[in-house]
Design a protein around this ligand. Sequence first.
Ligand SMILES: O=C(O)CCC(=O)C(=O)O
Length: 281
Amino acid sequence: MSIERLQRPSREEFEKHYLRTGTPVVITGAMDEWPAMKRWTNEYLRSRAGERSIRVSTAHRGVHFKGGDKIIDYSSMKLGDYIDLVTGQQVSDGRLYATVVPIQRALPELWEDVSFPPYFNREECPSPNMWFGPGNNVSPLHYDSTHNILTQVRGSKRVTLYPPREIGRLYPFAFSSHSMHISQVNMVEPDHSRFPEFQKAERLEFVLEQGEMLFIPLFWWHALAGIGENISINYWWRTPMVDYLRHPRQTSRGLGGLVVNSARSLLRLRQAKPQPERNPS
Ligand SMILES: O=C(O)CCC(=O)C(=O)O
């Protein structure tokens, strides 16, 4: 399998050949006019939005936001401080990664420099997100429950994609876990004795270059690794119900997880100790 690259297709062409068939594609030339492509140096980002707060993830065993039910180690810091940290020598390469930063709300001064890809209706994507990595930032192998366009504004990323049908070889966490959409296989150091089928899974591997957009269809597995300093904006947009029906296994896992986790929350609420009443003063 190899990824197709297409110069600025029309929306009709995109919908007919890629969206409706659930086929990933790299789109070139569709973000050349975004001011961010020229403007987004570290100096510019610091001067425009350095005082704004962003969410930063810390890697575990080389990978960000991974693992069973404990997942995710996040902290909050100013964009300017983050840039100082990752461009200085204080932290090792790839250890920190600013992920899923809702750019319109968190960094409104920077949102002016980017736009929506012309392949879905804007109102269907309530919150585009910025991903700002220092290089060597690795996201785990996982799938999402919506279609996605990942745009590469600065730097590049190594991408590995697996079709939804390979789920049986990719060892997701149990459907009742909060990480049900994440593979237990660590892409940085895969344990082939625990996960023997993993090597047999059909995959697409390529580099997403600066100025390119990647369409990741619903339920396609993806893992990404930043090459040098890198910034992406991603757009998850509302996916029509009919697209879920094409993937009964993933859809039923999602619904099963929802039921189990709602029941757990209800149970926790019921078991919560009543707080002692305060004496009115
Ligand atoms: O770029 C990354 O590191 C991860 C992006 C991702 O997982 C996504 O857009 O769904």
